[in-house]
Design a protein around this ligand. Structure first.
Ligand SMILES: Nc1ncnc2c1ncn2[C@@H]1O[C@H](COP(=O)(O)OP(=O)(O)O)[C@@H](O)[C@H]1O
Ligand SMILES: [Mg+2]
Length: 263
């Protein structure tokens, strides 16, 4: 069996919908199942890197250097709960620095190529915008997972995300599509939360993962200790939700872990 990475981007131009939380906890859950996982932090705010205890102020190499200076990504990958390619605040300048380069939308795709046989899953965490960094993620990916907060206002932005994806499909990556919509911060006690799920399902059908990530303070607590919820509170509900998500993603996106690796 060929073991080539499945590249999945977490995207939604709205901030605070659990892109970063999902990149990390889904990544750790997949690693626990035996997959080789890399998470790429493409957000200048560096939340993913920081939530794994990476001191981003002291980094000498970040994703900026990978995208703009074509430094191999392998040179900056740090081994934490999962492998992390860290961001840094200077990544905010990458969009401008790339503007004048040919193939600026493919910078990330190029740098991932040498890593494709070293990982089974590459998760890309994107910033809360539909700018060049997010477009790079869409070009480099096989599919996009869209975490959405279960409320009307946050559902509205999905049309804009789809329009951007359509453009990327037309010009840069004909295969890219939303592969899953993940309802997050769900509060089943409110009618509003339940109605938001109905609206999502009417619009996206089976693309809505059959799981709701509920609201819990555990997700805010875990990063403070530099850990995922999977290791901060492995028996808790929060970890259970992400293990469920990992199983769904495996079923829909990945080949089984080869026997020889399972051992
Ligand atoms: N299911 C959840 N319930 C409660 N808080 C959550 C949940 N998922 C994430 N959070 C918290 O919400 C905030 C935003 O999440 P984050 O993953 O950083 O979103 P994004 O990357 O989309 O901006 C963080 O403080 C995070 O800990
Ligand atoms: Mg984030």
């Amino acid at each position: 069996m060929s073991r080539t990475a499945r590249v999945l981007a977490l995207a939604n131009q709205k901030g605070g919908v659990a892109k970063t939380t999902t990149a990390l906890n889904l990544g750790v859950a997949l690693k626990d199942m035996g997959y080789r996982v890399l998470a790429v932090d493409l957000d200048p705010q560096s939340n993913l890197s920081m939530s794994q205890g990476v001191n981003v102020e002291e980094l000498t190499l970040t994703m900026y250097d990978v995208l703009v200076r074509e430094i191999p990504m392998a040179n900056l990958i740090q081994s934490r709960e999962i492998d992390i390619a860290p961001a840094g605040i200077e990544l905010a300048g990458a969009e401008l620095a790339l503007t004048a380069t040919i193939g600026r939308e493919r910078a990330l795709q190029r740098t991932l190529r040498p890593l494709m046989d070293k990982y089974d899953v590459i998760l890309i965490d994107t910033p809360p915008s539909l700018g060049l960094l997010t477009i790079n993620a869409m070009v480099a990916s096989h599919g996009v997972i869209v975490p959405v907060q279960c409320e009307y206002l946050s559902l509205r932005g999905l049309a804009q995300l789809q329009a951007t994806l359509e453009q990327v499909r037309e010009h840069l990556n004909p295969d890219i599509a939303i592969v899953g919509i993940l309802p997050t911060m769900y509060d089943g006690r409110t009618l509003h939360g339940r109605e938001a799920i109905d609206v999502l399902t009417q619009g996206f059908g089976d693309l809505v993962y059959p799981i709701r990530i509920g609201k819990t303070i555990r997700f805010a607590e875990a990063p403070v200790s530099g850990r995922s919820v999977m290791s901060y509170d492995p028996q808790g509900q929060a970890a259970r939700w992400y293990r469920q998500l990992a199983h769904i993603v495996v079923e829909r996106e990945l080949s089984p872990v080869p026997q020889e690796v399972r051992a």
